[in-house]
Design a protein around this ligand. Structure first.
Ligand code: ADP
Ligand code: MG
Length: 613
């Protein structure tokens, strides 16, 4: 009997589990599944991200569904469209050997008629985001009045995103005697409120310590083309209207540049780095503490002293040189028992650094997509609606009301709401309408970005780039010996070694490529990272105009010294550097639709940069 069988799961599920390659249940699965199978009960399950919560509720739910009935019996609410789709896919995989179980995803930003059509065909299980679900309920496109099970997945996340009211509304239309299963990484106050209000003496299981230290930080990464870092940053900010964040750049110059662009684009941003006077730094920090600055762009050194508790997001605009530094960065959020998110923007070539960080911090990253323009519009719209609802009425308005009523006369309530909302919404809509997808794969290489790593070949000779050369004291023989000895290869395994001044190339057969890349992940000689990548230029390596990533990721650059080869590590801001920077940033504004900002001319409630610098 397998361990999954011992939990009481039926044959069809066990077969699917075998297909998926799961061998032993995770802790939350081991604890939750028997409880949910054996009794009709409410449950609160607290477990960190990546602990297998989906299967913990998914397996029992599928086992309990009556597949002979086409009535909707289970509703899973999840915070984002992406999670919603992921859960749906998982549920479909779990139920592949069940007859007639339909799982349908309901989420914003896609055709509501198509979703309604799928529901109509009979969906025993619906996986939904709260906003779209509410919408479909009010249009009577779904019927959840007979559900037996309601699952609130990532409950803390949903409440963080402001879905409290929607969830309450949705739950109020469900039967009283259904079972509610709440899954969450943390248990903030809002989650306990939901648990108290909508659950009947729930059983509680906890995996790991509750709200303990670093476990309250969720780590996410986003893969974009190298030129899309800045537009991606803006979208992340626009997706989180109440963001209160520290954004980390590698150099003072990038820090200054990103902050300036954000301010120019109308965000409440400020820069914090070592080139500012103490007085300037104090001003910035004071504004940040008062939350007049929502996005503090900082270098690692300057951010060391930040002791602000309720930072919601840490954004790694670029990864740091040292993995330890990542821990310090992400530790700026999730403090004092609050949950936080640490986001990393990477290019495809930097993706393997994520693995190295995961190993170090012993936590998994979630690969996320930069939201599309329309998703951002939707989020902003709900945010606005909530803001209007929560706005305290200023009684001084009364004096002007007769005149205002005159102006607005003849407009009915519905039209008025539409108009009010449009005032703000149109700004985002116009900005993001027809904006492109920023996620790499369709960006990146297709757009000719030389800095993205080539695919790893599986046969034939493979050419590599390595960031050491003559100036590090290597010639072709000593470099060959160094690679061979380091990886443990044979006499003839490394060939065509071509040493340039600050970098080199060499070949091996494809069989040892993985071995080489693994060995040179985070590999240091004399305190310096030696970085090996598969070259995109298999024939040569002579190309003199080849600019290598001297400063990106963990890759090149002497620590503490300036890298003369890469030329991108401008730790000092000489006049040359500044000039280069501004022409570069202009040159990069290729995507016109996203070169300014939906916030231009808005949000300027903070001091402008002139006040600081
Ligand atoms: P959570 O919701 O807790 O963040 P997920 O349910 O998304 O975690 O699971 C994280 C990953 O672990 C998924 O890729 C899932 O397929 C995998 N997984 C879940 N349970 C098991 C298991 N028992 N054995 C191996 N992998 C599992
Ligand atoms: Mg989950």
């Amino acid at each position: 009997m397998t361990k999954f069988e011992a939990l009481g799961l039926q044959k069809s599920l066990l077969d699917a589990i075998t297909d998926m390659g799961f061998e032993t249940p995770s802790e939350v699965q081991e604890k939750a599944i028997p409880i949910l199978l054996e009794s009709e009960t409410d449950l609160v399950a607290l477990a960190q991200t990546g602990t297998g919560k989906t299967a913990a509720f998914g397996f029992p739910l599928i086992q309990k569904i009556d597949s002979d009935s086409r009535t909707t019996q289970g509703l899973i609410l999840s915070p984002t469209r992406e999670l919603c789709l992921q859960i749906t896919k998982e549920m479909q995989a779990y139920s592949k050997y069940e007859r007639n179980i339909n799982v349908v995803a309901i989420y914003g930003g896609a055709s509501i008629t198509e979703q309604a059509r799928q529901i109509k065909r009979g969906a025993q299980i619906i996986v939904a985001t709260p906003g779209r679900m509410k919408d479909m309920i009010s249009r009577r496109l779904v019927d959840i009045s007979k559900i037996d099970y309601c699952i609130l997945d990532e409950a803390d996340e949903m409440l963080n995103m402001g879905f409290m009211e929607d969830i309450k509304d949705i739950l109020s239309g469900t039967p009283n005697d259904k079972s509610t299963w709440l899954f969450s990484a943390t248990m903030p106050k809002e989650v306990s409120i939901i648990a108290k209000k909508f659950m009947h003496s729930p059983q509680e299981i906890t995996v790991g310590a509750k709200n303990s230290g670093a476990s309250t930080v969720q780590h996410e990464y986003y893969v974009v083309g190298g030129r899309d870092r800045y537009p991606a940053l803006k979208r992340l900010a626009d997706t989180n209207p109440d963001i209160f964040s520290v954004i980390f750049c590698r150099t003072k110059r990038d820090t200054q540049k990103v902050a300036e662009k954000l301010i120019e684009d109308g965000y409440n941003a400020g820069a914090l780095h070592g080139d500012l006077s103490q007085n300037q730094r104090d001003l910035v920090m004071n504004s940040f503490r008062k939350k007049q600055i929502q996005m503090l762009v900082a270098t690692d050194v300057a951010a060391r002293g930040i002791d602000v508790d309720d930072i919601t997001h840490v954004i790694n605009y670029q990864l740091p040189d040292e993995i330890e530094t990542y821990t310090h960065r992400s530790g700026r959020t999730g403090r004092a028992g609050k949950s936080g998110i640490s986001m990393v923007i990477v290019t495809r070539s930097e993706q393997r650094k994520i693995k190295a960080i995961e190993n170090k911090i012993n936590q998994k990253f979630i690969l996320k997509k930069i939201p599309t323009g329309m998703e951002i519009c939707e989020i902003q719209l709900y945010h606005l609606a909530n803001k209007i609802k929560d706005t305290e009425i200023n009684e001084d308005v009364d004096a002007y009301l007769p005149a205002i009523n005159d102006v607005l006369e003849g407009i009915d309530r519905e039209e008025l709401i539409k108009k009010i909302v449009s005032v703000e919404f149109t700004r985002f809509f116009n900005y993001y309408n027809k904006s492109k997808d920023l996620n790499s794969s369709d960006s990146g290489r297709d757009r000719g970005e030389g800095r993205d790593r080539a695919e790893i070949p599986t046969s034939g000779a493979v050419r590599y780039f390595v960031n050491v050369g003559e100036r590090d004291g290597y010639d072709w023989m000593s470099l060959k010996d160094f690679i061979r000895d380091t990886v443990g290869l044979g006499q003839e395994d490394v060939f065509k070694v071509d040493v340039k001044e600050s970098f080199s190339f060499f070949n091996t057969e494809a069989e040892v490529t993985q071995q080489i890349l693994d060995k040179f992940t985070e590999f240091k000689v004399d305190g310096r990272f030696v970085n090996v990548e598969v070259s995109k230029n298999p024939g040569g390596g002579g190309g003199g105009n080849r600019r290598r990533s001297g400063g990106s990721g963990f890759g090149g650059g002497y620590k503490g010294k300036r890298s003369s080869g890469g030329g991108r590590r401008d730790d000092d801001r000489g006049s040359r550097g500044r000039k280069e920077g501004s022409s570069e940033s202009k040159g990069r504004r290729r995507d016109k639709s996203e070169s300014s900002s939906p916030n231009s001319g808005k949000r300027r409630t903070t001091k402008r940069k002139g006040d600081f610098f």
